[in-house]
Design a protein around this ligand. Structure first.
Ligand SMILES: [Fe+2]
Length: 392
């Protein structure tokens, strides 16, 4: 999506003869969204990208979602989940619905070649480093990066640096990108957008891998299949277009502040099908002389709200047991807000160093096995506990 990019060698004119040094033709592939009616890229392969020699059904153990019933706010402690595995098969499903699945992973191994044919993926790297290798080339990613991987991109994640790659993985049911209101009618980031083209990183050069007989795990609408390809899909010598994986670091998201409290949409970073992603970053607080920096209690009557706490001091959540890696779920039907005493304590504060990723969904989120395995059962009563009225 973000903007036109050209990497490696491409012919002057699309759909014309483009020859390898041995005189044969490169194989052109168009990868495009919404048929031929939205963003796309043209990739040039050394070999035909369609040559498969085997297809094997893969049974993936289902991670069952259960309704958030009885309705309760939840506190999930992702750092208590198990470590290890790889970024694709090691995903531990925390929350999900028909539009998006939120998984946590602490990967220490390279993933196999993988393609999600159902929707875009957004990988938020909480800590660690990795290389995203794809048909578009190599993209280095690290702490604080959101990496958006378009539907259908053949890729693999390779952790680097010896530390586990801790990540929140969003698997969308469709496409994810900047909110439309940040863009001009031709797709350029507008002046009021909290980030722009200069903040986005993408592959700079193709990988050009020549292996043969490689397998790719495909997540598709009816299950998982492992396809064997005669030639490595990374045999691309060049590509151009507007569809490719890209990274945005949360530190490059410029906060919008005001004289009085600004509502969460100012923190919006991405829009997906029936959900949004927002970034809460270090910023100056409101500067009205009578302003209250802590958020007001709020009932988001049409959405479930997830906050993933990744750094800093969470002023409004003191007393609730929130820790690094905590994820809170505040569902529709429940009014939530700061812990008792936080509002008063916030008055006169100049700035916050909080760092959090928020995901708001318009359909209810259900609880995955990783939610049930990491839940702080007492969280729902924490507001009452702060007033000395909690169940023990
Ligand atoms: Fe909220």
């Amino acid at each position: 999506m973000p903007y036109y990019r050209r990497v490696g060698e491409v012919p002057h004119k699309r759909h014309t003869q483009f020859r390898r040094p041995d005189g044969g033709l490169y194989a052109e592939e168009l990868m495009g969204e919404e048929g031929f009616s939205a963003d796309s890229s043209l990739l040039y392969h050394r070999n035909i990208p369609t040559a498969i020699t085997a297809a094997e059904a893969v049974e993936v153990e289902p991670q069952v979602l259960r309704p958030n019933h009885p309705l309760k706010p939840r506190h999930l402690r992702t750092h208590r989940l198990k470590l290890g595995g790889e970024l694709v098969s090691g995903r531990q499903l925390v929350l999900g619905n028909e539009d998006v699945r939120l998984s946590y992973v602490a990967a220490d191994q390279p993933s196999e070649l993988y393609r999600n044919a159902v929707g875009d993926e957004v990988v938020y790297i909480e800590s660690g480093r990795a290389t995203l290798e794809s048909v578009y080339g190599r993209l280095e990613a690290g702490q604080g990066d959101y990496v958006v991987v378009p539907t259908g991109t053949t890729h693999r994640w390779v952790p680097r640096g010896g530390q586990p790659l801790r990540a929140l993985v969003l698997e969308a049911s469709g496409h994810v990108g900047p909110p439309a209101r940040y863009l001009s009618r031709h797709g350029q980031f507008l002046e009021h957008s909290p980030y722009c083209e200069r903040d986005l990183r993408a592959p700079d050069e193709p990988l050009v891998v020549d292996d043969t007989e490689v397998t790719v795990l495909v997540k598709h609408r009816t299950g998982h299949t492992r396809l064997t390809y005669a030639h490595h899909p990374f045999d691309v010598v060049g590509w151009d277009g507007q569809l490719y994986p890209y990274a945005l670091n949360i530190a490059d998201f410029e906060p919008i502040t005001g004289r009085i409290h600004q509502p969460p949409p100012v923190h919006q970073t991405f829009a997906g099908p029936n959900f949004v992603v927002c970034s809460f970053v270090p910023r100056l607080f409101d500067y009205h002389p009578e302003g209250i920096p802590a958020p007001y209690n709020h009932a988001n009557i049409d959405s479930d709200e997830v906050l993933f706490y990744v750094g800093g001091d969470f002023m409004s959540r003191k007393g609730a047991g929130i820790e690094l890696g905590s994820m809170s779920l505040h569902p529709a039907g429940f009014t939530h807000g700061p812990q008792p005493g936080s509002v008063e304590a916030s008055i006169g504060k100049q700035a916050t160093d909080e760092l959090a990723v928020m995901v708001d969904t318009f359909r209810p989120l259900h609880l995955g096995p990783a939610a049930l395995a990491s839940e702080d059962e007492g969280y729902a009563w924490s507001w009452a506990r702060g007033e000395g009225r909690a169940p023990s």
